[in-house]
Design a protein around this ligand. Structure first.
Ligand SMILES: Cc1cc2nc3c(=O)[nH]c(=O)nc-3n(C[C@H](O)[C@H](O)[C@H](O)COP(=O)(O)O)c2cc1C
Length: 375
């Protein structure tokens, strides 16, 4: 059952829409009323609005948060080499993922616990992603029936799977996922056990208790996730007719093995620094995975991507789509579906602007020679 809900006005929310343009060629999202004009502004609004432990649950990472910081640091160590005197009046953002046409190469990453950020949780996120015509990955830890989220979305959608227990239960869920128009299933493979997120632990706060407010809460079964092996990938392949992906691949060896097992989507991710601490930044892991996959599967990457220029770097290194977690989550926390659409719209404007400024007109043409390492 989808509730209708409006977020109360933020005391510090900006007034009427700023006369300043968002950027060159900003495609305004129809019906969007959020008036935020930069991504940091959205994050600040979410931080003011959300209870401290909820903000920390979203923002935090595991243990020393080194992985979390490395994702960002590695991105800033890559510089873009700009080219001039190119006609950039038209910028083509279109791409495909697993053969699905997308209006731009960005997706909303799967996130559980959205009910803490907005009472309508995943349904509200789906509305916002659709408003901004952006591919949505629904979390397998969703507390909403997959059918309700499908009913709220008009943009392409894919499903992220956690094993919640026995195979019969998963097979039944997958049949519902297929019937509700999700276009792929991505098994998350980096949650063998739950990472030690010290912000939550120190606050003596259990996110699972807060998540139980969703209509149908069901978290991943910790024991089953720890048992997952390549046999489960083979089983998944037999059980669904949808293309399958693996989320949480960080090495060329695992990527190669996944492709050989018939996996069509390789997702380079360290779970936004929330699982294994002290691992590689995803932008550094990406090139070896791209080389190992050698065009035999689609590639998604995530982890710290929060600006249009970050997206350019990932595409230049061979990703087909960049998934965005927290940057969109802050939109949900700040202003519900409108905040999500606004965050995505600003990101798309940044992407267009930066592509023009580095003399590129098609996201599909980006290549590694666009980048250079800086200290
Ligand atoms: C609040 C939150 C909940 C998440 N829940 C899930 C989940 O249910 N399944 C999953 O595969 N990844 C989950 N992730 C990881 C994201 O899908 C993604 O890998 C990560 O957030 C990307 O990094 P970014 O937030 O820096 O963009 C979650 C991330 C956050 C921030």
């Amino acid at each position: 059952m989808v509730k209708s809900w409006r977020i109360p006005a933020l005391a510090s929310r900006p007034g009427p829409r700023s006369p300043l343009p968002r950027g060159a060629g900003s495609p305004m999202v129809p019906g969007m009323t959020s008036t935020f004009v930069t991504l940091p502004e959205i994050r600040q609004a979410a931080r003011r609005r959300l209870p401290r432990e909820v903000y920390n649950f979203g923002a935090g990472g595991a243990e020393t948060e080194t992985t979390l910081r490395r994702n960002r640091r590695a991105l800033s160590r890559l510089a873009i080499r700009q080219h001039i005197l190119v006609d950039v009046r038209k910028i083509d953002l279109e791409t495909t993922l697993l053969g699905v046409p997308l209006s731009w190469p960005v997706a909303v990453a799967p996130m559980g616990g959205l009910v803490m950020f907005h009472p309508d949780g995943d349904v509200e996120m789906a509305r916002g992603a659709s408003q901004a015509d952006t591919l949505l990955f629904l979390s397998g830890a969703t507390g909403w029936p997959v059918e309700d989220v499908a009913a709220a979305s008009t943009a392409p959608r894919m499903f992220q799977l956690y094993h919640h227990g026995d195979r019969a239960w998963v097979a039944d869920l997958l049949a519902r996922v297929e019937a509700s128009g999700y276009l792929a299933v991505c098994l998350t493979v980096d949650v063998q056990v739950y990472g030690r997120r010290e912000r939550d632990i120190l606050g003596r706060w259990d996110p699972r208790a807060a998540m139980s407010k969703a209509p149908n809460p069901r978290g991943p079964d910790p024991e089953y996730q720890a048992r997952l092996t390549w046999d489960d990938v083979a089983w998944l392949k037999k059980t669904t007719r949808l293309p399958i992906g693996l989320k949480g691949i960080m090495t060329a060896e695992d990527a190669r093995r996944a492709v050989e097992a018939g996996v069509g989507l390789i997702w380079v991710s360290n779970h936004g620094g929330r699982q294994l601490d002290q691992t590689q930044p995803t932008i550094d892991a990406l090139p070896a995975v791209v080389e190992a996959v050698a065009g035999r599967a689609s590639i998604v990457v995530d982890g710290g991507f929060s600006r249009g220029t970050d997206v350019i770097k990932a595409l230049a290194l061979g990703a087909d789509v960049v998934a965005i977690g927290r940057t969109v989550l802050w939109g949900l926390g700040a202003d519900g579906a409108d905040g999500v659409a606004c965050a995505l719209d600003i990101l798309r404007t940044e992407l267009r602007t930066s592509l023009a400024l580095c003399g590129q007109t098609r996201v599909k043409d980006l290549s590694p020679d666009l980048l250079v390492s800086v200290s």
